[in-house]
Design a binder for this molecule. Structure first.
Ligand SMILES: NC(=O)c1ccc[n+]([C@@H]2O[C@H](COP(=O)([O-])OP(=O)(O)OC[C@H]3O[C@@H](n4cnc5c(N)ncnc54)[C@H](O)[C@@H]3O)[C@@H](O)[C@H]2O)c1
Length: 438
């Protein structure tokens, strides 16, 4: 099939490349000239494991362009995968989606299926259906097809999805979507394919993301309580996870969720529920818990040093919102670094992947290093913000030998407490006793 994809970000590009992998002819459109030039040169503009390889393997079926008219006019199906960031009040900003839709409407001269992959509030796809077909000589079939990929495993998540959810209401678009995704529903991929009405499909996306965010906030609150009463969150979650109803996923206590989805999707659903006078109180609590959790390392260090962080050298290990991505959107590192700078601390930073993006944000306000060893040298304390493998495997004795004082504030519980004791560290982690063996 001939497919166009609007947006070559984490969702759009991965979708496009995976659709090419299963045999479709895909044209990718973006407004970002640098991204398109990079793609045309055969390079992937974002860090996502396996993506560049797959781009090369399918290069015959992939085209990249700034020219949306060229892309949309001949497509059988047009995917919309542009951003839906949060507005100041927490609601979803649909400006990018509507811009693409306007471009589609003014370009397309034949009946076309438009698939909304961007995460949009419940009811948006029905509104779009009306908006598109109002005063139009051709018919637009609007399909809600929410995306569930996670950054860092996006290619695998797209080729082997836990489910494909398609909100589709007309026979023609039902047939087209089933044909488009057929290769993913058979071996070796075997994805469950769920057809439903558009509103329910939109709701599946929010309900799923918000449930996962809630699970994180819940376990973080339990972890904070464990600290107070002297229980160990790692033992607690181990004990909980044997119950199959609970499972062992998303039970890692830490400094909260970030990224481009959970923060905005919790706020957007909460905003929508409030606007309909039906507030979702669990989601409200989830957002509030996360807000405090994100700055827990800073607050602990501030209290340990009696507010005197001026001139202290702090190394930040891990800048992205999670390992294996260069994405800094809503990364807890940003809040912690801002607060440390406000308190007069000298900040060293290191991340295996996200350094360039961080440099664009903080420029010369912080010091950049190429390795853990260099970043922690002569520092007063270290904040660990992600559980990158490189941090988890780091020799704990080096903290003692390289740092001025071996004080570790670990937001991702990377180390065993006994190992921290043996390495003679001060080691604060989330929901566990603090080791003070420095
Ligand atoms: N990132 C994720 O992990 C993830 C997962 C599931 C769902 N989503 C949802 O998918 C959507 C996209 O997220 P993302 O992370 O890929 O965003 P992104 O910011 O990485 O990418 C969006 C892209 O759209 C481009 N764009 C903007 N206007 C355009 C236009 N008129 N025509 C063509 N391209 C245009 C931008 O230049 C950018 O490259 C959001 O609604 C998000 O909530 C994201």
């Amino acid at each position: 099939m001939k497919v166009a994809v609007a947006g070559t970000g984490y969702v759009g590009l991965v979708t496009a490349v995976c659709l090419a992998e299963i045999g479709h002819e895909v044209t990718c459109v973006d407004v970002d000239q640098k991204k398109i030039e990079c793609l045309q040169a055969g390079k992937c503009p974002i860090y996502e494991p396996e993506l560049e390889n797959l781009m090369h393997q399918n290069k015959e079926r992939l085209t990249y362009t700034l020219d949306y008219q060229r892309a949309y006019q001949n497509a059988d199906v047009i995917f919309v995968g542009v951003g839906t960031p949060e507005r100041y009040d927490g609601s979803a900003n649909l400006d990018y989606v509507y811009t693409v839709c306007r471009q589609i409407k003014e370009t397309v001269q034949k009946d076309t299926v438009v698939v909304i992959k961007s995460t949009v509030p419940i009811g948006t796809n029905d509104e779009l259906e009306k908006w598109f077909n109002d005063n139009s000589t051709v018919h637009f079939y609007i399909v809600s097809n929410p995306e569930f990929l996670a950054q860092g495993t996006a290619v695998h998540d797209t080729l082997y999805p836990a489910r494909i959810v398609v909100g589709v209401q007309e026979d023609y678009s039902k047939e087209i979507m089933a044909k488009l995704y057929y290769p993913l529903t058979v071996a070796p991929y075997l994805a469950p394919y769920l057809e439903m009405d558009r509103k329910s499909a939109e709701m599946v996306k929010y309900a799923s993301n918000d449930f996962l965010a809630l699970k994180i906030s819940y376990i973080n609150e339990i972890a904070n309580f464990c600290e107070k009463i002297g229980a160990d969150i790692e033992r607690v979650t181990q004990g909980m996870s044997y119950d199959k109803r609970i499972g062992d996923k998303f039970l890692n206590a830490g400094i909260g969720y970030g990224g481009s989805c959970f923060p905005k999707d919790t706020k957007a659903l909460h905003w929508l529920s409030q606007s309909l006078d039906c507030e979702l109180k669990t989601i409200k609590a989830c957002i509030e818990v996360n807000k405090n959790q994100r700055i827990k390392l800073f607050e602990k260090a501030r209290s340990d040093f009696d507010n005197q962080l001026n001139g202290k050298k702090v190394a930040i290990l891990g800048l992205s919102f999670k390992p294996n991505t260069d994405d800094l959107r809503e990364a807890p590192s940003i809040d912690n670094v801002r607060l440390l700078l406000d308190y007069g601390a000298i900040v060293h930073v290191y991340d295996p992947i996200a350094m360039d993006n961080f440099r664009r944000l903080f420029q010369d306000e912080v010091f950049y290093f190429d390795s853990i060893d260099q970043a922690i040298k002569d520092t007063d304390m270290v904040f660990i913000m992600t559980e990158a493998e490189e941090f988890r495997k780091y020799d704990l004795n080096k903290y003692r030998t390289l740092m001025k004082t071996p004080r570790i504030y670990d937001g991702r519980n990377c180390y065993d407490l006994i190992a921290a004791e043996k390495a003679h560290l001060y080691y604060y982690s989330i929901g566990r006793r603090t080791v003070d063996n420095g």
